[in-house]
Design a protein around this ligand. Structure first.
Ligand code: C5P
Length: 223
C-alpha cells in the first residue's frame, strides 16, 4: 500500500525573526525543510510527498529535492488548514500523513508506531505527555487554576487519517469558522475518534531561534 505525506510549508515563521521562513533556515548542511522531506521520502511506505508552498515562494525550486519525481507542489493558503486542504485536493491514496515542515527530527520508528495505530483506530497523531505542572491564567497572567496534567498531551505531527474523511472534516470546520490548528482538531469536531501515539520528545517544531541549535543537536545524536 502506498501512503501520501502532506507537508504544509507555506508559513512565514514570524516568531523566528529570520530573513526567510524558518523551514528554509540552514541546519548542518541542509535546510530544515530538506531534512524533513528526507525523513519522509526515505520511509518505504511513503510514495508521494505533497508540499504546500507560499505563492511565489522563491526558495523551494533551488533545492535538489525539488527535482525528485515523488515531490509534488501545491500553493498554500492563508492558514495552515487551507494549505493542507489544497494538498488534499491532489492526494489520491487512501491514507495521508500530515507533517509540519518545521519538524526535521522525525524518526522512522515514530512513523512505524503512528501508522500501525492509525490504521487500527481510524486515525492517530503523535504526541508527547505534558511533564510540567500546567496552569490556566487570565489575560493578565494571574493563575486561575492548576490543570490536571495526567491526561494532557502536546500534539505533534505527523497526524494520519483516511484522506477523504480528513478532507471533508477540514472543509466542514473551515466553513463553520472553527479554529483549526491541527488536523486532529477538525476530525474531533466532526466526531471521529483520534488516538494519541506517544512519540519521541526530540520531534520538536523549530519555532524560536534557540530551537534551531536544539534540533541540530538531536539530528547529530540520531545520526
Ligand atoms: O506556524 P506554525 O509553526 O504553527 O506552522 C506549522 C506548519 O504549517 C509550518 O510547517 C508552516 O509552514 C505551515 N503553514 C502553512 N500555511 C500557512 C501557515 C503555516 O503551510 N498559512
Amino acid at each position: 500500500f502506498g501512503l501520501t505525506a502532506i507537508v504544509p510549508a507555506a508559513g512565514i515563521g514570524s516568531r523566528m525573526g529570520a530573513d526567510c521562513p524558518k523551514q528554509y533556515l540552514q541546519l548542518a548542511e541542509l535546510t530544515i525543510l530538506e531534512h524533513t522531506l528526507a525523513r519522509l521520502l526515505s520511509y518505504p511506505a511513503i510514495e508521494r510527498v505533497i508540499v504546500a508552498l507560499a505563492p511565489h515562494d522563491p526558495w523551494f525550486e533551488s533545492l535538489p529535492v525539488a527535482a525528485d519525481p515523488r515531490v509534488i507542489r501545491v500553493e498554500g493558503g492563508a492558514e495552515r488548514a487551507f494549505s493542507v486542504l489544497n494538498a488534499l485536493q491532489v492526494a489520491d491514496s487512501e491514507w495521508v500523513l500530515v507533517h509540519d515542515a518545521a519538524r526535521p527530527c522525525l524518526t522512522h520508528g515514530d512513523l512505524d508506531a503512528l501508522i500501525a495505530t492509525a490504521m487500527n483506530c481510524g486515525g492517530a497523531i503523535l504526541g508527547s505527555r505534558v511533564r510540567d505542572t500546567m496552569k490556566r491564567s487570565d489575560a493578565a497572567g494571574n493563575i486561575i487554576a492548576t490543570v490536571e496534567r495526567e491526561q494532557l498531551w502536546h500534539a505533534l505531527t505527523p497526524q494520519m487519517f483516511p484522506t477523504r474523511t480528513l478532507k471533508r472534516a477540514l472543509e466542514e470546520g473551515l466553513m463553520l469558522g472553527a479554529t483549526i490548528t491541527d488536523e486532529a482538531s477538525a476530525m474531533e469536531r466532526a466526531g471521529f475518534p483520534v488516538r494519541m501515539v506517544e512519540g519521541r520528545a526530540d520531534n520538536i517544531k523549530v519555532t524560536r531561534p534557540e530551537d534551531l541549535s536544539l534540533a541540530g543537536l538531536f539530528l547529530s545524536q540520531q545520526a
